[in-house]
Design a protein around this ligand. Structure first.
Ligand SMILES: [Zn+2]
Length: 141
């Protein structure tokens, strides 16, 4: 893989949130591992989708730990964690802001508002920080 302008690998990872057979999980792990190796070899940030429970999360972290340095840039856009962690992330359309709703990238404004409220800081400060983080992580201007 050598595509000019590539800024990251992913999203990739493991998802056992549906009915996932052992065989399908083994295939997911094999593909995910090859994607992690690409990120390591190319020195690119990796965007992780990991969903389906603590065991899935542990398997995901094991694969990451096997191939990446602890300092490697990892963007975990979807994962199974506690409530505080969930409030910081969205995985449209499966993880809506409101229970029973449908998530969408158009809800990013609501996510920014929720972060600002949670941290008691301004929306502008959240927007500036998340933009700075994204630019830094993906090395974009
Ligand atoms: Zn995802």
């Amino acid at each position: 893989m050598d595509v000019q302008g590539t800024v990251s690998v992913g999203e990739c990872g493991l998802d056992t949130s549906g009915r996932t057979s052992w065989r399908v999980l083994q295939r997911q792990k094999m593909i995910f591992e090859s994607q992690v190796r690409i990120a390591a070899r190319r020195g690119l940030p990796i965007v992780i989708h990991c969903r389906g429970g603590m065991r899935t999360s542990e398997e995901c972290l094991t694969i990451l730990g096997r191939h990446l340095m602890k300092t490697h840039c990892v963007h975990r856009h979807c994962f199974t964690g506690d409530l505080a962690e969930h409030r910081m992330w969205s995985d449209a359309p499966y993880l809506p802001l409101e229970r029973g709703g449908v998530g969408s990238p158009f809800q990013v404004e609501g996510v920014v508002e929720a972060i600002a409220e949670d941290r008691a800081i301004s929306i502008r400060l959240v927007a500036e920080a998340t933009t700075r983080n994204a630019r830094g992580l993906y090395q974009i201007e």
